[in-house]
Design a protein around this ligand. Structure first.
Ligand SMILES: [Mg+2]
Length: 392
């Protein structure tokens, strides 16, 4: 069997351009789908996939580990940057899809079979609608409470919010009071049986991250995400060591190496590799194996498109340390025109039940996706009140 073509299909989905990868083979009707969505870097990833594909054309797509080693190590530059890591990931997902289809089994069967019967989904406030999740100001605690109630009414037992405002490296009580008011309002609205997550988007400095973690501790967050820059692993560790709240991080870390450091430094209690960035399912499985030794759980980052979700679910079905799957369901109204999925979601509790289709268990409708060609993502420029640059 030989790889005959590696294509990129870009589909504009409002906040991001989904980049789907289609790896074609010389076998009739056999191809694989992957995803390599990277907001604000769409053109770069499409180019990186074209560069990498020169290594793979004519190769046997079933030699996934061998091809992964080629993609990561050859041509001198290793694949631990965000653009190349994403390109490798997208191709890797498509190769696993091909292998599963070739053998007639879902991908999780290739990795030892299911270790659980279902996977719980969590949502973003607003279901992934840009304005609700990113645009609700932390001065509006009531709106946070209303959106939290809506998430529970939609069947979710866990949701994520952006209840921590952007701050200078050091600020007084105002931002802390706002975050506390928002989280208190959400907790009041949904009670103790619902899991609430707060994503700091790595806006705080480690010093502010410690203060937010300390102030939010009484509300029993499921986890507090990216409390400071993820590349400063000592900073993340500083926050984790100062709080009993589980710290989550990893969505911007590429390859196994920074995850090893996170684990060695006991810097977090939840790893969030993004399967479409970290090096694909091949590298995510290595990260999960390391995490297993530390009994650290995984909640892979997944706000992108439907191939990313399918891959995360296949991974979760075969990975004992997998905790919960991130999901967006209201990013674009035509999500399910573009994809057909084999798994089902129970409306009450938002539990995913696995399907039986081979590979990743999805098919992409190329005609539908072509209705949404590339558009420039909305440019985000974020500044502090004094005009200096802040994190988005
Ligand atoms: Mg995040």
């Amino acid at each position: 069997m030989k790889i005959t073509a590696i294509e990129t299909h870009v589909c504009h989905a409002r906040m991001r351009n989904w980049i789907f990868i289609k790896v074609r083979t010389d076998q009739d009707g056999l191809w694989g789908w992957g995803e390599a969505t990277l907001e604000w870097h769409t053109r770069a990833v499409v180019g990186a996939v074209e560069d990498l594909s020169q290594l793979l054309l004519g190769e046997d797509p079933r030699r996934i580990e061998h091809l992964w080693q080629m993609m990561y190590r050859q041509h001198f530059w290793h694949g631990h940057g965000i653009v190349r890591g994403t390109a490798i990931s997208g191709i890797d997902l498509a190769l696993w899809d091909i292998l599963g289809k070739h053998l007639g089994v879902p991908c999780h069967q290739l990795w030892g079979g299911p270790v659980r019967d279902s996977i719980r989904l969590y949502c973003h406030l607003g279901g992934g609608k840009l304005e609700d999740f990113y645009g609700t100001p932390t001065t509006d605690a009531k709106r946070f409470a209303d959106l939290a109630r809506q998430a529970v009414a939609d069947g979710f037992t866990a949701f994520k919010s952006m209840a921590v405002p952007s701050t200078m490296p050091l600020e007084g009580r105002r931002p802390i009071r706002q975050a506390v008011a928002c989280v208190a309002a959400m907790r009041d609205a949904v009670g103790d049986d619902i899991d609430i997550m707060v994503d700091c988007h790595a806006r705080p400095s480690p010093a502010m991250g410690v203060q937010f973690a300390h102030a939010l501790e009484p509300f029993g967050l499921y986890f507090l995400e990216e409390p400071c820059w993820p590349e400063n692993i000592d900073g993340v560790a500083q926050v984790q060591h100062a709080t009993t709240t589980p710290i989550a991080t990893g969505e911007r870390l590429i390859s196994q190496h920074p995850f090893r450091e996170l684990l060695e430094k006991h810097a977090c209690q939840v790893l969030q590799p993004d399967i479409t960035h970290c090096g694909g399912l091949t590298e995510a499985r290595r990260i999960a194996a390391m995490a297993e030794a530390y009994r650290v759980t995984l909640a892979p980052h997944n706000p992108q498109g439907p191939v990313s979700t399918a891959a995360s679910l296949q991974f979760g079905l075969a990975t004992p340390g997998y905790l919960i799957c991130e999901s967006v369901h209201q990013d674009v109204p035509w999500r399910h025109d573009v994809v057909s999925e084999s798994f089902t979601v129970e409306a009450a509790g938002r539990l995913v039940r696995p399907g039986t289709h081979p590979g990743l268990g999805i098919e992409i409708n190329e005609k539908e996706l072509a209705k949404h060609p590339f558009q420039q993502e909305i440019i985000q420029r974020s500044f502090n009140p004094d005009g200096s640059v802040s994190d988005w």
